[in-house]
Design a protein around this ligand. Structure first.
Ligand SMILES: *Cc1c(COP(=O)(O)O)cnc(C)c1O
Length: 423
């Protein structure tokens, strides 16, 4: 195969020198996969970081060094936490070093143990965070229409060993919160939401974050609002908030007093400075993502077999992912071949969250008796293609990328033949 599909994009946070873009329009000449030159000189990534105004950021960073308090809940961490509580309308926010540690601390603070029900169609951190704590993730199938946990299927997996449910607001699309809360209540289970994709979804003051016992955000470089590395636990439960706060700081309750087992999950003040500068762009970046999504919708409207996922009202989404589903029969080309052909053009589309956590180690080697039963997850894993957006991508980029998708689909047979010959 001439095209690598599983390399991560070059570390999204690193500064790479920008080669001069090749200005040749994408519409002439052969597709790269058929021997032409790539349409884009500089790769267009999924998850390129949204970078805030550097001048105000530098002033904040100066202030951190000036103040001499680089971590241990410095002033910017406090303000960042306060702003997250205001935006989400949730009572407590505990800023964390990353989303994965936030999930781990959340799981411990909730007393999760034995078995926890979780989707397999998610980033592997959702499952790993549980397993790292000695908890067995029990993978549940999703609703193929929403890509989120299917409550009826959750109920069927509950056993006497089940202690909780971890649901994901995949792509920022709200999971069925009310239904899951009802199940958790009825069956005496704890409920945590992995809201890594969902920061900024919903109306200001009432954004996603208040569901279940607690929710977890990620502020990783690839996410909508980033602190390079970062995350947060948000909860309306005073006692949980206190325990999470204790666990993230070694269990310290006084200068020389440790009253519980803890770890280091703290966000540092430099990261919080990046977060605060980013929050100043919240409305602007939401507007960019919305504009980009509309451009993708226009560009793909006439392409057979390639459908954009759609839900809710545009003002309640953060649109950080452009999620398309490829129907191989209608498109006349498989999702994998389409993705490979785009990658050859330097349009670095991704097959998120292929192949599903259940097909990754250590879970793949340790299926339950009878194996994992996840037909909808398998199907969605075969169809989804995530396309570049964010502030690093322009509307004209999207128009060009859209024309490329159309051309690859139109030449589906030739592209398929070229890729299969090389495999
Ligand atoms: C990014 C992500 C995480 C992990 O967050 P980090 O901040 O990178 O540790 C967890 N769950 C999902 C669904 C994610 O996309």
């Amino acid at each position: 195969m001439p095209v690598k599909t599983e390399t991560r994009p070059t570390a999204p946070g690193t500064v790479t020198p920008k080669p001069r873009p090749i200005t040749r329009p994408a519409d002439d000449g052969d597709l790269a996969i058929l021997g032409g030159r790539p349409a884009f000189g500089r790769p267009r990534h999924v998850g390129a970081p949204n970078i805030p105004d550097r001048e105000t950021l530098m002033r904040r960073l100066d202030a951190v060094f000036e103040g001499g308090r680089l971590s241990n809940r410095g002033p910017f961490v406090r303000i960042f936490e306060e702003q997250v509580t205001k935006l989400t309308g949730v009572k407590h926010c505990i800023a964390m070093c990353n989303g994965t540690v936030a999930l781990e601390i959340g799981a411990r603070a909730l007393g999760l143990a034995d078995e926890v029900i979780v989707p397999a169609f998610t980033f592997v951190a959702t499952a790993h965070a549980l397993r790292w704590q000695g908890i067995q993730p029990v993978f549940c199938d999703v609703d193929p229409a929403t890509h989120n946990l299917d409550p009826a299927k959750v109920e069927a997996l509950i056993t006497p060993r089940t202690t909780g449910i971890v649901a994901v607001h995949l792509w920022g699309r709200p999971a069925p919160v009310a239904e899951l809360e009802a199940i958790a209540e009825r069956r005496g289970l704890r409920l945590m939401f992995d809201a890594a994709h969902a920061f900024g979804c919903g109306p200001a003051g009432h954004m996603i974050g208040g569901g279940g016992d607690l929710e977890v955000f990620s502020f990783h470089a690839t996410k909508f609002i980033n602190t390079a590395e970062g995350g947060a636990v948000v909860t309306n439960d005073d006692d949980l908030a206190r325990r999470v706060r204790l666990m993230q700081n070694f269990g310290f309750t006084g200068l020389d007093e440790v009253s519980a087992l803890g770890v280091n999950g703290k966000m540092n003040d430099l990261a919080a400075a990046v977060g605060l500068s980013s929050l100043e762009h919240l409305e602007e970046w939401l507007a960019v993502n919305r504009r980009n999504r509309a451009a993708w919708a226009d560009a793909l409207a006439a392409v057979p077999g390639v459908e954009l996922q759609n839900w809710g009202r545009p003002e309640n989404r953060n649109d950080q992912y452009i999620v398309a589903e490829v129907d191989a029969v209608a498109a006349g080309i498989s999702r994998d071949h389409l993705v490979n052909a785009l990658r050859a053009e330097n349009v670095l589309a991704r097959r998120y969250f292929y192949p599903g956590c259940h097909n990754m180690e250590p879970y793949r080697s340790q299926p339950p008796a009878g194996g994992w039963n996840l037909p909808a997850t398998e199907e969605v894993c075969r169809r989804v293609m995530v396309l570049p957006t964010g502030t690093a991508v322009s509307r004209s980029d999207i128009a060009r990328m859209g024309r490329l998708v159309a051309r690859v689909v139109a030449k589906g047979d030739a592209v398929t033949a070229a890729l299969e010959e090389n495999s």
